[in-house]
Design a protein around this ligand. Sequence first.
Ligand code: ZN
Ligand code: ZN
Length: 227
Amino acid sequence: MSWPAFDRLLGQCEVCRRWGARRLCVDCIDRFAAPRLRCRRCALPLAGTANECGECLREPPPFDHTVCVADYGFPWDRLVADFKFHGAVELAGVLAERLAAAVAALPVPTLVLPVPLSQRRLAERGYNQAWELARQVARRRALPARADVLLRPVDTAHQADLPRAQRFANLRAAFIVDAPRRAALRGARIAVVDDVFTTGATARAAAATLLAAGAAAVDIWVLARTA
Ligand SMILES: [Zn+2]
Ligand SMILES: [Zn+2]
């Protein structure tokens, strides 16, 4: 056996560099993805015994639950960036495994959908990281997943440059559900999968679009959340 093949067989932890069978060792997962008390709607870390954050109580988002694996910081920022921008599609497996475990306590959805990329972005990147995650999480939970229901026909302006209200309006208009696909949504509980939950604007826009198209409820499943 040549050394490169041996390397692939054994693998090395992406974080601590320890040799083992996995891309992320159990010690690192335990250390960096320790469960913590979070808002059940938006996954914001909470102190005390509340189960929803102040913002969700004041202005409930259109989704019912958000589950995340970890806070968006070391090493998840690096892992997600590798996964998203540097073609490390193979990381989807280990990340999806963590996400599948994290969503086990939620209501079982009818259908799992990824946050879509525009055709242009998809062509640039070659894959939609949210779809890679969604289909692997769905497979682990024996649920159907589809990439052709929630679509993003236009590329939206760079979200980071826009004020919050405008981000939402911008995104709300960006997502559509094709008329022939609406039957799949009628009365369904939908899990929407994305890599990172930042402001929640994407999650709100996707959920609002799905509810308007006939879905009964929407939950958000993400790898990491900014605190
Ligand atoms: Zn490790
Ligand atoms: Zn909240």
